[in-house]
Design a protein around this ligand. Structure first.
Ligand code: ADP
Ligand code: MG
Length: 485
């Protein structure tokens, strides 16, 4: 029997979070209900899978931290999706079934969206791979998603850009015939253009066919390499990466300047390549622009096929939005889709971000109209990159805002009161200017481009879970834009 009841801790946590963050959290928290508890575990219910994902992204860390403070040992949260009867005035909800599903797994969303689970779609088969044991493995694999791959990153969810079909077609070809003509496949291009999606689509496809897929980021590969080296367990590291049927390494620009890891990667590459295993890399720029990469590794990276992802055309941007709207069963008018596609031409991630914003609004308040979309998107559209914004002015405004000196902001000092504003400045510089991370590294006292990426990522994640930071960032953006006028 379960004698735990953490309801009062949950209620106290919400109360304290409201005091700290502000009443804005009610928008979300008023629709979360406490359900029950078991040992170190609270179950909450939410009205939709989308709502759950948003709450997790924005508040899960803060809630768990607060519960830990209050209770003294960690309490885990899980969410159940309880579909409620659609509100009369909300066409977005009309298709929702009434019922309860557990939040984990995809069941809730499939029922919600009507998407056929991927495992039921027969994968395109390469006959030569389907013999005996491989077939059995394939069946098992199709039932178990790969733990390191996002199961949403599949080919059927990727819209091929008519103006630039090569990257997607090359990835498809690799997924049909791994280890043959395009080896390695190198996918490069700016942020948010679908590199990780395409790479993982290859991984998912091959995984479903029973192949052993190793997916990692260059950063993770580097960290693991150092860790195994320290533990004197290099043989384990080698086994892990050299036993794969396909090796996927994301964001290889991170290898710039990491000589030791480059050496190890070179040997891993050769071992796999010689035994005709497929290798796929992604990079945020052409490999020629990686300055501190050994020549022999550079030649390995580009030995197969390199494809360049570009910003998709207007028509493709519309198609991407329509696809997501249809998959998620959203009620967003066509003219709003066109408005987004016309005004957001930075990358696909930004396009998705805009859609998420509209979706959150419609979940919480009501249907989206053109007027509402225009109002909600004001700050998204209203801030096209101004070309006269300098990194210098961003740094000065941020230093001033946080009451630290400009010199300290650019220095190597690592105390928190300085490193945090520095990361905020890195985030803003990346968001508001067109400088590459390498150029920004120079502007920030001769730092590595990966430091800029790390700073940007850290603030981006924190904004998602700390609404008060979002307010500070908006204020800083306003000051920077005004100063450049
Ligand atoms: P990158 O790795 O290049 O930074 P991602 O692969 O993470 O970009 O893509 C960012 C987001 O945009 C992901 O959610 C991805 O699914 C989506 N996306 C990118 N390109 C497309 C496309 N052509 N069709 C559908 N979704 C896309
Ligand atoms: Mg990526």
């Amino acid at each position: 029997m379960n004698s735990c009841d953490y309801r009062i801790f949950w209620e106290e946590a919400v109360k304290q979070l409201r005091e700290e963050i502000g009443e804005s959290i009610d928008l979300w928290f008023s629709r979360i209900s406490y359900e029950r508890s078991s040992e170190s575990h609270i179950v909450l219910s939410v009205p939709s899978a989308f709502f759950r994902d948003q709450v997790r992204q924005r508040y899960e860390v803060s809630i768990e931290k607060k519960l830990y403070e209050l209770f003294g040992t960690p309490i885990q949260l899980s969410f159940e999706v309880k579909h409620i009867q659609p509100a009369q005035d909300s066409p977005a909800n009309t298709a929702l079934p009434v019922g309860v599903e557990h939040s984990v797994g995809k069941a809730a969303e499939e029922q919600h969206t009507g998407i056929i689970p991927e495992a039921e779609t027969p994968p395109q088969q390469n006959r030569s791979l389907f013999t005996g044991g491989a077939k059995k493995k394939a069946t098992e694999a199709a039932q178990n998603p790969h733990p390191l791959l996002n199961d949403r990153y599949t080919f059927d969810k990727f819209v091929i850009d008519d103006d630039n079909p090569l990257p997607a077609n090359a990835a498809l070809a690799v997924s049909k015939n791994p280890g043959s003509s395009y080896n390695p496949l190198l996918i490069y291009g700016g942020v948010g253009l679908g590199k990780t999606h395409l790479m993982q689509a290859i991984g998912n496809e091959l995984h479903n066919r029973g192949l052993k897929i190793m997916y990692t980021t260059a950063e993770n590969f580097t960290n693991e390499f150092i860790e195994f080296l320290h533990k004197n367990k290099m043989h384990e590291f080698k086994n892990k990466y050299r036993n794969a049927d396909a090796l996927l390494i994301d964001d290889i620009h991170f290898f710039d300047k990491k000589e030791g890891t480059q050496e190890e990667l070179f040997h891993t590459f050769n071992a796999l390549y010689e035994s005709k295993r497929q290798i796929v890399f992604t990079c945020d720029r052409p490999v020629e622009e990686l300055k501190n990469l050994s020549e022999r590794l550079r030649s390995r990276f580009t030995r197969g096929l390199s494809v360049d992802l570009k910003i998709p055309s207007y028509e493709t941007r519309c198609a991407i939005l329509f696809k997501k709207i249809e998959a998620d069963n959203l009620a967003i008018p066509k003219e709003v889709v066109e408005l987004l596609a016309k005004n957001i031409s930075s990358n696909v991630r930004d396009l998705e971000g805009a859609l998420t914003k509209l979706r959150a609004y419609s979940e919480l308040t009501g249907p989206i109209t053109m007027e509402i979309a225009q109002r909600l998107m004001q700050d998204v559209f209203g801030s096209p990159r101004q070309h006269n914004i300098s990194v210098d002015s961003i740094q000065k405004i941020v230093a001033d805002y946080f009451n630290i000196s400009f010199v300290d902001l650019k220095s190597k000092k690592r105390t928190k009161n300085i490193s945090f504003p520095r990361q905020v400045a890195m985030y803003l510089a990346r968001e508001m200017t067109d400088f590459s991370t390498t150029e920004l590294g120079v502007e920030f006292g001769g730092r590595d481009h990966s430091t800029i990426m790390h700073g940007h990522q850290k603030i981006e994640t924190q904004i998602a879970i700390t609404p008060s930071l979002e307010v500070n960032i908006a204020e800083l953006k306003k000051r920077i834009t005004n100063a450049a006028k």
